[in-house]
Design a binder for this molecule. Structure first.
Ligand SMILES: N[C@@H](CCC(=O)N[C@@H](CS)C(=O)NCC(=O)O)C(=O)O
Ligand SMILES: [Fe+2]
Length: 356
């Protein structure tokens, strides 16, 4: 079984692709985005995957890769085209190389033209391919910087992508209209720049007159990506350090009950249940302050910022929402108690009140 996810970075309209072998749980991540590292690491953790490789389709000009961050965090190895000129990769890829994850693999095809080092990754059974900015849905990458070359791009598309099976799904690195996927057959017929009977010279003429402004992040992104996303300082951006809090794919910072019990005096426990639940059979955590979820937004400004806040409810659902409300109200050190009072009690931790 193949595990497959298409993820989006809305800021840069970049797609990141997670592929994993369902048996061995080994995974690869194509074109991960720096700002989405926590999200992607959370998904990989929740699906029980081991990230073997981060792969770049090219040295991007519009966003910074999280390849280096993920290597620090998950121990993944970095691979991209040798022709892209980046330093800090574990493996330099070229035409006909193979990147394995468990029993599955991706075949590497060199598809230059958007940049000199663009690659397309083709899944072992040719059911899907990841074309980067070589071929986009009914479009293609621009060819006006980073060694771009319209003639090379035309040939790459015709010789390396259009010779895949017609029903092979094509996944681009970007789409600016929110379209997610296409097929070889469709693009051969309907791509307005490269499909039908358009010639290499027709295409070059089209590309010379695109007239696009340069990507906004270009001056930051290109140098950073030439270091595989290693920050200039050599250090990862700070993540919360007041406790062992973990980000979930649902977008919530969570903390485990054992740590909270051992650090009760270092945090504020904010119980967001209703008063009758607080005094009911589940009891509450010693020292907890009661503020039902429905009143939280209005009364948050009265809470102290002095100690981090751990939110709690019955099962951890309403209290997850509470962390979102608190963050919007300007509280940065906030986490949800994983599993709520139910897990707290199941683990035999100290309770005030409640039934035995
Ligand atoms: N407005 C975007 C520009 C994006 C852009 O230029 N994207 C490149 C790929 S890195 C491209 O080839 N775009 C093709 C197109 O927009 O048709 C930004 O500032 O990031
Ligand atoms: Fe690009």
């Amino acid at each position: 079984m193949l595990i497959f996810r298409q993820l989006v970075d809305p800021q840069s309209s970049t797609y990141t692709y997670l592929l994993a072998d369902g048996e061995s749980r080994e995974a690869v991540l194509i074109d991960p985005v720096f700002e989405q590292m926590q999200r992607d690491a959370a998904l990989i953790g929740e699906l029980g995957l081991t990230l073997r490789w981060t792969l770049e389709t090219h040295v991007h000009a519009d966003h910074v890769t999280s390849a280096w961050l993920l290597k620090q965090r998950l121990g993944s190895a970095i691979a991209l085209a040798g022709a892209g000129g980046a330093e800090g990769a574990d493996r330099a890829l070229a035409q006909d190389d193979r990147v394995a994850f468990g029993t599955r693999h991706l075949d590497v095809r060199a598809t230059p033209g958007h940049t000199a080092g663009c690659l397309t990754y083709v899944l072992d059974d040719e059911s899907m391919a990841f074309t980067g900015d070589c071929l986009l849905v009914r479009g293609c990458g621009r060819t006006d910087f980073q060694g771009g070359d319209a003639h090379a791009l035309y040939r790459a598309v015709h010789q390396q992508i259009f010779n895949l099976p017609d029903d092979c799904l094509l996944y681009p690195a970007h789409d600016y209209r929110g379209i997610t996927v296409t097929t070889v057959g469709e693009e051969r017929r309907f791509n307005p720049r490269l499909g039908g009977r358009l010639s290499e010279n027709d295409f070059a003429g089209y590309m010379q007159n695109l007239g696009l402004p340069h990507p906004k992040q270009m001056d930051i992104a290109v140098p950073a990506n030439l270091r595989c996303g290693r920050p200039e300082s050599g250090a990862a951006p700070p993540s919360p350090d007041w406790g062992p809090i973990a980000y979930t794919f649902a977008g919530i910072w969570e903390i485990q009950p054992e740590w909270v019990e051992e650090h009760l005096k270092d945090v504020q426990i904010l119980d967001v249940r209703e008063p009758q639940e607080f005094e009911g059979p589940l009891g509450h955590i010693p020292g907890a302050v009661l503020l039902p979820l429905g009143r939280l937004k209005g009364e948050a400004p009265q809470l102290s910022q002095e100690r981090p806040i751990v939110t709690v409810c019955r099962a951890g659902g309403r209290s997850a929402q509470a962390t979102v409300i608190l963050q919007k109200a300007g509280f940065s050190r906030v986490a949800n108690l994983a599993g709520g009072m139910l897990r707290w009690r199941a683990q035999g931790l100290t309770v005030s009140g409640g039934a035995a």
